[in-house]
Design a protein around this ligand. Structure first.
Ligand code: FAD
Length: 598
């Protein structure tokens, strides 16, 4: 078999914020490091991030500190987050932002020259460091420049299809060049998964083509567990019209900067959806909510800035009750609330996005918005301090890792998560590689098996085309395992997923290995199917509603489930099993934070 071979200490799969930060850390710790990414370097999902990086720097409000950020994050996740991850994240995020600045990132400034921090849902104080509404672009630019300057090897437009293991743990990775279709293998004692999320399992999503759950599935296949998979974040505000742009994100900064949600009767409906859990910290009247933008100390936050799960459900209910727009959304209005110049300065990308894609001038008229699948809270179960999965030598950071965000992620907490845990993963991966130096080798049989599996779609004739199968899977997840779920619907989804698995096993692709998108999708589909199955199985098991998981047949949170996580793992017969696991015990000094006033 023709195969390109390489040897490294650490192979990082993914070149978004988590992957690049991991690669920098591993390289700085002396590891021979490679980064592999499906698309061109710089094109990762991170580049699309708009609003900012959450970090309790105290620039806007000196009373902000890591404890408040920790508390907000845990409450946003309805207390299912791994407390230690939330603690490390809140403690280390400010240093990671300052470090980015040292490496050349140019953040927006406060009038007295500090890094500016903006408001976002669920954060008590304005704490998102940002660059207009193009923060991800600046983050990626900075990390990419540093990665390249340090001399880390980059394999771009190259897809990893398998993490290789032996009885002792990871031995490397196997993949193919997307352009030529040729195979490539990396021998390495440490592999860091930083592959992002699973959005392409759903029909309406803010995610790009790359988000097919590869890392989730590769980890599962290698023997790792996936935690919290039932929790999928539907961002409340995606574009709804025209159909070709449905799902594209409308940043939460629009609401952070004063935008409000209205139904077709013009009512600011979020006041009708304030849950008891957040009542004490949410404004009761429009006057109080509006005063909050100028005086946060003496007023409570507007309900439009409740955590995303609450706002997405409220929009869903308004539309269902017949109070939506003709295109099935609601109105997001900043035009009547802020001067045109302010909107263009604070939200330049949104202004252009609506002007170019929908012919809507957001400084003059309201946007039409509705929920869109945005982020997966579930991911590889890792040790909080090292980002190590249960398979020795396997690490995971960023959106592919689970535990940090519990049942719901707060806006801005992903970019900070990437930096904090990307760095920790890179350092621990380098350390593991030192211990395993000279002890790993690629096994020919395993390489041959990986190649056979990759070529299988060419060997079959007359099968379905992969695009039809992907479409049917997305429709199934949208209809049956979406924002609101019930047991009969999820059971039906599992039956359909099983049928789709048979269709995937039989599908065939035409042509040859040189740049063949149909073949690429055929190899992505098993990943999408297995993550969809994990989501559905965990969603069926959790008989309560919490964060990004709403069961119409169990509409309230259940205290017992509030102490339990679900972990998916491969079963002996190659299926997916779900096990209950008690939450890790939070130490008393951290538990005290929740007794203080909101
Ligand atoms: P990514 O940045 O997506 O990188 C994944 C990498 O993995 C890519 O390089 C990809 O090519 C590679 N990859 C995947 N599979 C394979 C494979 N099989 N082989 C090789 N390479 C592979 N979060 C915030 O905190 N603040 C925000 O303001 C914000 N705004 C957002 C706006 C939008 C439109 C979207 C979609 C998300 C936003 N988020 C935001 C969420 C945040 O951007 C993502 O969660 C985060 O960027 C994920 O980073 P990552 O490094 O984990 O993955």
């Amino acid at each position: 078999m023709e195969l390109e071979r390489h040897a490294y200490d650490v192979v990082v799969v993914g070149a978004g914020g988590a992957g690049l930060r991991a690669a920098i850390a591993a390289h700085e710790d002396g590891a021979r490091t490679a980064v592999v990414c499906k698309s061109l370097l710089g094109k990762a999902h991170t580049v699309m991030a708009e609003g900012g990086i959450a970090a309790a720097m105290g620039n806007a409000y000196p009373e902000d500190d890591w404890r408040v950020h920790f508390r907000d994050t845990m409450r946003g996740g309805k207390m299912l987050n791994h407390w230690r991850m939330a603690q490390l994240h809140a403690q280390e995020a400010p240093d990671r932002v300052r470090e980015l600045e040292d490496w050349g990132a140019l953040f927006d400034r406060t009038p007295d020259g500090l890094i500016s921090q903006r408001d976002f849902g669920g954060h008590r104080y304005a704490r998102l460091a940002h660059v207009g509404d193009r923060t991800g672009l600046e983050l990626i630019r900075t990390l990419q420049q540093r990665t390249v300057a340090l001399g880390v090897d980059v394999f771009m437009e190259c897809t990893v299809t398998r993490v290789l293991t032996d009885d002792e743990g990871v031995t490397g990775a196997f993949g193919y060049w997307r352009e030529s279709g040729r195979f490539v293998a990396w021998e390495a004692p440490s592999v860091v998964l930083a592959t992002g999320g699973i959005g392409k399992a759903y029909k309406v999503t803010s995610n790009s083509w790359e988000y097919t759950g590869d890392g989730h599935s590769l980890a599962l296949q290698a023997g790792a567990g996936l935690v919290n998979m039932e929790f999928v974040q539907f961002h409340p505000t995606g574009m709804v019209w025209p159909p070709s742009v449905r799902g594209i994100l409308v940043t939460e900064s629009v609401r952070g900067d004063g935008g409000v949600l209205r139904n077709s009767a013009g009512n600011r409906f979020m006041f009708d959806y304030i849950p008891d859990y957040f009542r004490k910290e949410t404004a009761e009247t429009e006057d109080e909510a509006d005063r909050w933008y100028e005086d946060k100390k003496n007023n409570r936050r507007p309900p439009e800035l409740l955590p995303r799960d609450e706002v997405a459900r409220a929009i869903n209910s308004e539309v269902k009750a017949g109070r939506g727009t003709v295109h099935g959304g609601v109105f997001l209005d900043i035009a009547s609330r802020r001067p045109a110049e302010y909107v263009r300065k604070r939200l330049p990308s949104m202004y252009h996005q609506f002007k170019e894609l929908a012919d809507v001038d957001i400084t003059a008229e309201a946007m039409e918005v509705g929920p869109t699948c945005h982020y997966v809270m579930g991911g590889v179960e890792v040790d909080p301090d090292t980002a190590a999965a249960r398979v020795p030598g396997l690490f995971a950071a960023g959106e592919v890792a689970g535990g940090m965000h519990g049942s719901n992620r707060l806006g801005g907490n992903s970019l900070s998560d990437l930096l904090v845990f990307g760095r920790r993963a890179g350092t621990a991966a380098a350390e593991h590689a030192r211990k395993r130096a000279g002890l790993v080798a690629l096994v020919e049989e395993e390489l041959a098996d990986a190649a056979r599996a990759a070529l299988a779609p060419f060997e079959r004739e007359g099968g379905e085309n992969p695009y039809t199968v992907q479409h049917d899977l997305q429709q199934t997840m949208h209809d049956l395992v979406g924002i609101i779920r019930t047991a009969p619907e999820v059971e039906q989804a599992l039956v359909r997923i099983a049928a789709l698995r048979e269709r995937v096993a039989a599908l065939s692709v035409e042509g040859h290995r040189q740049y063949n998108p149909g073949w690429h999708l055929a190899l992505d589909l098993p990943h999408l199917l297995v993550v969809s199955e994990c989501i559905a199985r965990a969603a069926l098991e959790r008989e309560e509603s919490r964060g990004g998981h709403t069961r119409d047949d169990f509409p309230a949170p259940d205290p017992e489930w509030g102490r339990t996580n679900l972990v998916c793992a491969r079963t002996a017969d190659g299926g997916v099993g779900v096990a209950r696991q008690p939450l890790p015990q939070m130490p008393p000094e951290l538990a005290e934070v929740f007794e203080e006033a909101p």
